[in-house]
Design a protein around this ligand. Structure first.
Ligand code: AMP
Ligand code: MG
Length: 319
């Protein structure tokens, strides 16, 4: 069932149902983060191992300061003031409010306030914190539209709150504040430079694999087609021995006329922002294009381009 009404979604969440929720990043599959049976069903439906924690989504900053984490350090306050609501997740020592089933045995909690009025209202009306990993089966491409959620989860999701397509398009930046120094666990639209400016310090940007972090597993974000990433359009154009689905800026004059081995030209637009917004739709389109290989031209390093490069490189690793 699909609703456009926050109160309907809130009632379902309060009743322990699974509700797909729009956010600016991707659609999340939401469950009451204090309800162990709702969380058990969430993990079963996603096919997600129970030791992989989920981000807890909250309605507002006052809520974030009260019992979800055991500490609320000055760095958390600074980041929250600067970037919430928005695509930033903050990891802190867990408080008493999240059920351990949302935390995957980590002892830490990941908190975020999404920049989507409809979802924040649903969360506020539910009176709960909402654990919400992406609304797709474990390891598959994240959903950025209601149709993606339906295609992937079908009737396993009790309700979908329709907020239209996601505008950022890639998952949140995750910053871990539980160590001696803040550390970025996953790149997103909030860049290291933006975090450094807000915190007034320089950050460890090494994105080495953290334990129990599905978003950081090598084989993740993958479409069904094998994926190859290239730095330049020339490289893609030279791969003439395969029928490819090409993810690139379609306005590039080197693609007119369209090279014969390019079966599908999947347009990123001409900015990293449009690339991010379209990324997961393009990966899904590639799967139905009839091509036997997806070739993605990576965006330049910097800004949200780093998050796109991260997701595509992981998708390519699993091929
Ligand atoms: P998602 O799949 O978008 O829900 O994001 C899950 C990611 O958030 C994981 O890969 C972790 O990196 C991070 N995360 C979520 N919960 C926690 C937690 N309790 N402790 C540490 N990291 C977490
Ligand atoms: Mg996911």
């Amino acid at each position: 069932m699909i609703t456009h009404t926050a109160a309907v979604a809130a009632n379902a969440l309060r009743a322990g149902h699974l509700v797909a929720l729009p956010t600016e990043t991707v659609y999340g599959l939401g469950a009451d983060a204090a309800n162990p049976s709702a969380l058990a069903r969430l993990y079963a439906v996603k096919g997600r191992p129970i030791d992989h924690p989920s981000i807890v989504h909250l309605a507002d900053l006052a809520e974030a300061r009260t019992g979800w984490s055991s500490t609320w350090p000055a760095a958390a306050e600074r980041l929250a003031e600067a970037f919430w609501p928005g695509p930033l997740t903050i990891v802190l020592p867990a408080g008493t409010r999240p059920d351990p089933a949302a935390l995957g045995g980590t002892g830490t909690v990941a908190l975020r306030i999404p920049d989507c009025d409809l979802t924040r209202e649903a969360i506020r009306l539910s009176g709960a914190g909402i654990a919400a990993p992406s609304a797709n089966r474990f390891g598959r491409v994240s959903p950025t539209t209601v149709q993606h959620v339906l295609d992937d989860l079908g009737s396993d999701v009790d309700l979908i709150l329709d907020g239209g397509p996601c505008t950022v398009g890639v998952e949140s930046t995750i910053v871990d504040l539980t160590g001696a120094a803040p550390r970025i666990l996953r790149p997103g639209a909030i860049t290291a430079e933006m975090l450094e400016a807000a915190l007034g310090i320089s950050l460890s940007t090494s994105l080495e694999t953290a334990p129990r972090a599905p978003g950081t597993l090598a084989a993740h974000y993958a479409p069904r087609l094998p994926v190859v990433v290239v730095e330049s359009l020339e490289e893609a154009i030279s791969l003439t021995d395969r029928q490819i689905a090409l993810v690139a800026d379609a306005s590039d004059p080197r693609l007119s006329p369209q090279p014969p081995h390019v079966l599908a030209l999947l347009d990123t637009g001409d900015s990293a922002e449009s690339y991010a917004e379209r990324l997961y739709s393009l990966l899904r389109q590639a799967d139905t294009s009839g091509a036997d290989l997806l070739v993605a031209v990576l965006p330049p390093i910097g800004g949200v381009g780093d998050a796109i490069r991260d997701r595509l490189t992981r998708a390519a690793t699993s091929a």
